[in-house]
Design a protein around this ligand. Sequence first.
Ligand code: FES
Ligand code: FES
Length: 151
Amino acid sequence: MKTQLTLRVNGAPRDVPLSFVGRRLLDTLRLELGLMGVKEGCGEGDCGACTVLIDGEPMCSCLLLTGVVEKCEITTIEGLPAAFLTRFSAICAEYGAVQCGYCTPGIAVMAAWLHAGGTELGDQPISKLFAGNLCRCTGYQQIIEALTALR
Ligand code: FES
Ligand code: FES
């Protein structure tokens, strides 16, 4: 009898107890797999703090049940390419785009998606593309400037 669910996370197979099948992907990533870069803000799909890539597309992990993404490639901020994260960090520091940092992992995942080519939506203004990533600290201008420089 099957007792585990095997997910594909950041390029590697990860086993989680079958009991997580009906839990939010956000909880599975944080509580079971220890991927604490995935943040919980609203828990309702509004803030973007929990953004991960599912088969290369950004999605809110608070809205996904773990069992639904069993066959998908899941990428968290921990799985983004080191070279991208180094550049992202440097540009955020240069433009003052990080204060408390709680929103930053979700923004980094979105930025990585955009950097990798995004979709046809990728031509939209940065302010529109990142409208789903809320930040309580920076006032957004520095984030938009940093993401524009990264583009
Ligand atoms: S915690 Fe998922 S969108 Fe806010
Ligand atoms: S830097 Fe604090 S929420 Fe964005």
